[in-house]
Design a protein around this ligand. Structure first.
Ligand SMILES: C[C@@](CO)(OP(=O)(O)O)[C@H](O)COP(=O)(O)OP(=O)(O)OC[C@H]1O[C@@H](n2ccc(N)nc2=O)[C@H](O)[C@@H]1O
Ligand SMILES: Nc1ncnc2c1ncn2[C@@H]1O[C@H](COP(=O)(O)OP(=O)(O)O)[C@@H](O)[C@H]1O
Length: 282
């Protein structure tokens, strides 16, 4: 069987409203997830030797903690072949930036190995398997932009506009749990109806807490806001600003302070992983 190469896209939270807190500490939220065409690239090759290998190692992430490894382990019991797998990872998505690279790698692994190992799960089964790896895994598995509710698990397909985005990463890593446990986080944004999700100019309830804890995010937000309605994705640290024209996005990018990593990318309402998988011939 030929190797399978797939992109694993990042995502943006076009807004993120926190509408409540549950007894188990998890938060009720409402958000719109949209994919971007900035992607990790993953190549899956079946091996005669049993086992799951990942190359290169992600610095600071032991093999057993790598979400690719965890996703592969979840599928091992249902594989119809004794073969192992070698996963080559070309990491392009910044880690811990709120663009979901780890979750996307995990989802892409589930989709790829479901084919290569002939596990024969449908997308709903794969999404259910993946959700314990991270709240964002199901949306990547299902492969369509979505309005999410509950703790992020109730997904309804939506198709927001697909502008160009200038994506900016301040030089800090924001742990999701730190933001969700901060006493200053507001948790009382009134719930909206899905019919308002794409009309309303939503906000990100995590922003004020993230800016307070990470002055560099505050500084980057102040800089990007000069050019328009900049937003934080997820719990940060990445910020983004939408543009109709790629040239405008590139112009602002060229003027960004060099201490920050920046990208120009485009919103996508279907996952590039699914598009590539549909074209794959074994
Ligand atoms: C809130 C989002 C929006 O996209 O943030 P980002 O991670 O993308 O920044 C995600 O859903 C996060 O997904 P993920 O990072 O996979 O979170 P998980 O591993 O499921 O949870 C990490 C921690 O965040 C908190 N958490 C997460 C989701 C939620 N609805 N309520 C919470 O309180 C919990 O403390 C949990 O232990
Ligand atoms: N394959 C992977 N890619 C990225 N991060 C991973 C991976 N496996 C485990 N991780 C861990 O997950 C953390 C969150 O990663 P990521 O999904 O990129 O961030 P976020 O949820 O903020 O978008 C990383 O800091 C890293 O420790």
């Amino acid at each position: 069987m030929s190797p399978l190469t797939l992109p694993a896209p990042g995502k943006l939270n076009l807004f993120l409203h926190i509408t409540g807190r549950r007894e188990d500490g998890y938060h009720d939220l409402q958000t719109v997830f949209q994919f971007i065409d900035l992607c990790d690239e993953m190549t899956f090759t079946l091996t005669d030797q049993d086992g799951i290998q990942i190359q290169p190692e992600i610095p600071g992430v032991p093999l057993e903690n790598n979400l690719i490894y965890k996703a592969a382990k979840l599928l091992e019991p249902s594989r119809k072949t004794p073969k192992g797998v070698l996963v080559k990872l070309d990491k392009k998505l910044p880690m811990g930036g709120g663009i979901g690279g780890g979750s996307s790698d995990a989802a892409t692994t589930l989709l790829a190995l479901n084919k290569l190992w002939q596990c024969e799960h449908n997308l709903e089964q794969l999404a259910a398997l993946g959700k314990d790896l991270g709240a964002d895994v199901p949306v990547f598995v299902l492969g369509h932009s979505a309005f999410a509710e509950g703790i992020g698990e109730k997904l309804t397909k939506v198709a927001p506009k697909t502008p160009y985005y200038l994506l900016l990463k301040p030089n800090c890593h924001v742990p999701t749990v730190q933001i969700f446990t901060d006493k200053h986080l507001t948790r009382d944004t009134p719930a909206i109806r899905i019919s308002h999700a794409l009309k309303l100019d939503g906000h990100n309830d995590c922003l004020e807490v993230v800016k307070r804890l990470y002055p560099e995010v505050d500084e980057a937000m102040t800089w990007l806001t000069q050019f328009g309605d900049a937003k934080l994705t997820g719990t940060g640290a990445c910020l983004f600003l939408a543009f109709d024209k790629i040239d405008d996005a590139e112009r602002v990018r060229a003027s960004a302070p060099k201490k920050w990593q920046t990208w120009v990318c485009r919103g996508r309402n279907t996952s590039p992983t699914h598009d590539a998988l549909d074209q794959w011939i074994a």
